[in-house]
Ligand binder design. Structure first.
Ligand code: ATP
Length: 229
C-alpha cells in the first residue's frame, strides 16, 4: 500500500511541489506520469524515503515515512524498496553476480549466492552471471538491474522511465517483465514515465482483479493536479 495525504516537498531555494493524494493497494500497479519537470523523480524519492516530505503524510508498505530519520530510512529502504533507475548504475568493474552481491552487502546482509542465482534465473539471465556489464545488451542489462532491484524481495518496485529509448517490441518486453516480476513477489509496482505507450501496453495484460492506478502530475504552478487512485 502507498498512501499519501497533503504531500508537499520544497527544494531548498526551489519550487514547492504539491502532490495529489493517493491510496494504492498492495500488489497493484501505479502509473506515475506527467511532463518533464512535474515532479516524478521527486515523488519517487519521497516514496523511497530518500527525501522527507516538507508537509503531509506518506505511508509506504506499512511504514509512515515522516517518522523516520535518515539512518532509519536507509535501513527501511534496503528491505522495502526495489529501484530500477533509468540509468542502470551497474558497476562496470564487477560481474553480474558481483553486482547483485554488492546490493546484498550494501543492505547489511551476508552474500547469498543461492538468492542471486534464483533472482537471475527468474529474469532469464542466469547464463550471464559471470559477464561484465559492458558485455550485455541493453535489454540484458535491464534484466540484470531488475534482478538486483528485486533480490531482497521488496514490497514496492519503483521503475523510472523503464521504456525510455526502447522500440515498441522492447518496450512491451520491459513492461511485461516488470509486471510479471512484481506479481510473482506480490509487490506494488510504480512505473514513472512520460511514455504514452506504457498505459496502452499495461491495460491488456493486467489481470481483471488488478486495476491500473494513475497519478498524473502537472508542472508546478499549473492546476488542477489529477489523481485517479
Ligand atoms: N535539487 C533541486 N533543487 C531545486 N529544484 C529542483 C531540484 N531538483 C528538481 N527541482 C525542480 O523540481 C521540479 C520537479 O523536478 P523532478 O526532477 O522531480 O521532475 P520530473 O518530472 O522527474 O522531470 P523529468 O521527467 O524531466 O525527469 C522541477 O521544477 C525541477 O526544476
Amino acid at each position: 500500500m502507498i498512501s499519501s495525504y497533503g504531500l508537499t516537498y520544497r527544494y531548498p531555494a526551489g519550487v514547492e511541489l504539491r502532490f495529489p493524494d493517493v491510496a494504492v493497494p498492495q500488489g497493484t500497479v501505479l502509473l506515475l506520469s506527467g511532463p518533464s519537470g512535474c515532479g516524478k523523480s521527486t515523488w519517487l524519492a519521497l516514496v523511497a524515503g530518500l527525501v522527507r516530505p516538507t508537509a503531509g503524510q506518506l505511508t509506504v508498505a506499512g511504514q509512515a515515512l515522516n517518522a523516520l530519520d535518515s539512518v532509519a530510512a536507509d535501513a527501511w529502504r534496503a528491505g522495502a524498496i526495489g529501484f530500477l533507475p533509468q540509468k542502470l548504475h551497474l558497476s562496470a568493474a564487477l560481474s553480474v553476480t558481483q553486482n547483485l552481491a554488492l546490493a546484498q552487502w550494501a543492505s547489511g546482509q551476508a552474500e547469498d549466492p543461492v538468492a542471486i542465482r534464483t533472482a537471475l534465473a527468474a529474469l532469464g539471465v542466469a547464463e550471464l552471471a559471470q559477464r561484465k556489464p559492458a558485455q550485455l545488451s541493453g535489454g540484458q542489462a535491464q534484466r540484470v538491474a531488475l534482478a538486483r532491484a528485486v533480490l531482497l524481495k521488496p514490497r514496492v518496485i519503483l521503475a523510472d522511465e523503464p521504456t525510455a529509448s526502447l522500440d515498441d517490441e522492447a518496450a512491451l518486453d520491459a513492461v511485461h517483465l516488470l509486471l510479471s516480476t512484481a506479481q510473482a513477489q506480490q509487490a506494488t509496482l510504480v512505473i514513472a514515465t512520460h511514455d504514452a505507450r506504457v498505459a496502452a501496453l499495461l491495460a491488456p495484460v493486467l489481470p481483471e482483479s488488478n486495476r491500473l492506478y494513475h497519478l498524473q502530475l502537472q508542472r508546478p504552478g499549473s492546476t488542477p493536479e489529477r489523481a485517479q487512485c
